[in-house]
Design a protein around this ligand. Sequence first.
Ligand code: AP5
Ligand code: ZN
Length: 207
Amino acid sequence: PNVLLLGPPGAGKGTQSVNVAEEYDVPHITTGDALRANKDMETEYGTPREFMEAGELVPDPVVNEIVAEALSGGEGYVLDGYPRNTEQAEYLADITALDVVCLLAVSESEIIKRLTGRRVCKECGANYHVEFNPPKEEGVCDECGGELIQRKDDTEDTVKERIRVYHESTEPMVEYYREAGVLEEIDGDGTPEEVWAELRETIDAAI
Ligand code: AP5
Ligand code: ZN
């Protein structure tokens, strides 16, 4: 299937994309991870780092190119973190057709708790939470033994700016998909297992 996971920062897109990729055997395409891996790349707009650390969107041409390349091979995917505004959604519509767009809805207080407590593995990118999903040993990745760190954009002030950008730029795009008739809303406030159960049912019903 061609799946898009949408939602505010901290909605659980990354966490649930891993489940989708495994269940349907499709690649997980995430602009956030791709940009973090290339954050010092020089572009005509500057480096991705400058935008990301401020909680702003990286300019469309930079992310569009990343996605066009990632989608060029194979069939099926789960997209996470792209598109993020209507311009990107229109660009995407020219290169591929989505089967289902799943919106993970979460409350703002939950977002702040999730993101300020998130820790990620420096080596393999695995995701943890100090309270909701702690590693077996504090500060150490269960998967690979790598060091767990806090993302630079997960401080409270930057999280608030990311939420503001979501309301301003991404919410109008949600309406674009609602009008196109492909949008499904999922309650993202439950446990990861509860969210996954609802998400899987929704994808199965759409394909
Ligand atoms: P990106 O990396 O995409 O960040 P984001 O959209 O803000 O999303 P997050 O990764 O913060 O959250 P998530 O929804 O994946 O949640 P997660 O599963 O980790 O983008 C970062 C930056 O890159 C942007 O600000 C922008 O600058 C740039 N960028 C990226 N794409 C771009 C684009 N298309 N255009 C322009 N710029 C772009 O979960 C969060 C935490 O909660 C974790 O600790 C997790 O363990 C925990 N958790 C997850 N689910 C649950 C649950 N159900 N209950 C309790 N805890 C949970
Ligand atoms: Zn790791």
